[in-house]
Design a protein around this ligand. Structure first.
Ligand SMILES: Nc1ncnc2c1ncn2[C@@H]1O[C@H](COP(=O)(O)OP(=O)(O)OP(=O)(O)O)[C@@H](O)[C@H]1O
Ligand SMILES: [Mg+2]
Length: 260
């Protein structure tokens, strides 16, 4: 079966990328997917990070949840959200993956063919950091991409990297729908003052330099460090949760409500 045929019943596809590791791609992708599924959209999340997939940990799923049917790999349901991670297919959880070059590319393409998503309104794809082989494979193999959400932090180094990713998207003629600045400071829950721990204005700077809209700034939620289990967007009282929800609404408007 072809990837195009396999993904033909998915209306919209977006990828969450960044130039740099650890800036919060998986966090943004998972929170976005959970929020969209709770809004009633038939949503899937595909975690394609061969080297460090952490989506299963965030959504508390494991290999035991995986079903392989005659149709192919069946995504795991978390509430109404359909989830698939390459992690679930690895021989051992946490096993280091040593695939390289063409082998890795072939494995990703096979993986895209094997998953039986069924009908979806939107598929959110959580990418590994950087601009490597995986990205090229994913962006070139998946048909009819709506676009990319680029995640950055306010640091200058992160901005240099995100620019590289934006250039790669341009080269592949895939639209960057918007930039999300994550870890943009900390909002004091008492006095609401925002403290720019990692500097400030970086997201804005890259947005104006590249002419791509800044979808929002997501502050650090310290509660998440204590309550490792809580999805940021579900910590209703926090500024982080409110800002994430605003970003979700913007993405919903750009991608899902566009044709209505
Ligand atoms: N706004 C935030 N507030 C608090 N913690 C956050 C926030 N965003 C991300 N984190 C935490 O930072 C760490 C890195 O985030 P995450 O795994 O989402 O980054 P990533 O870009 O997907 O990393 P990788 O490049 O390894 O895939 C995680 O422990 C996550 O819980
Ligand atoms: Mg990640």
């Amino acid at each position: 079966m072809e990837i195009v045929k396999r993904m033909s019943k998915i209306k919209h596809k977006i990828a969450v990328m960044s130039g740099k590791g650890g800036v919060g791609k998986s966090t943004i992708a998972v929170n976005l997917a959970v929020a969209l599924s709770k809004k009633g959209y038939r949503t899937g999340i595909l975690d394609i990070d061969i080297h460090g997939p952490n989506v299963p940990r965030m959504l508390k799923i494991g290999k035991k949840d995986l079903i392989i049917s005659a149709e192919g790999i069946v995504p795991v349901k978390v509430g109404n959200l359909k989830v698939i991670s390459v992690q679930l297919l690895l021989p051992e959880e946490n096993s280091p993956i040593i695939w390289r070059g063409p082998r890795k590319t072939a494995a990703i393409r096979q993986f895209l063919v094997d998953v039986s998503w069924g009908d979806l309104d939107i598929l959110v794809i959580d990418c590994p950091p950087g601009t490597g082989d995986e990205h090229l494979t994913i962006l070139q193999s998946i048909p009819f991409f709506d676009g990319i959400i680029m995640v950055t932090t306010p640091h200058e180094v992160s901005l240099d990297d995100v620019e590289k990713s934006i250039n790669m998207a341009k080269h592949l003629k895939i639209k960057v729908l918007g930039i999300v600045e994550n870890m943009s400071g900390f909002v004091c829950p008492e006095c609401k003052t925002e403290i720019p721990i990692f500097g400030s204005g970086g997201g804005n700077k890259i947005a104006s330099k590249t002419n791509i809209p800044l979808l929002g700034n997501v502050p650090i939620d310290i509660a998440s460090k204590e309550l490792e289990d809580v999805l940021l967007i579900e910590n209703g009282e926090s500024e982080t949760s409110k800002r994430l929800l605003k970003i979700v609404n913007k993405i919903e408007n750009i991608v899902l409500k566009r044709e209505e």
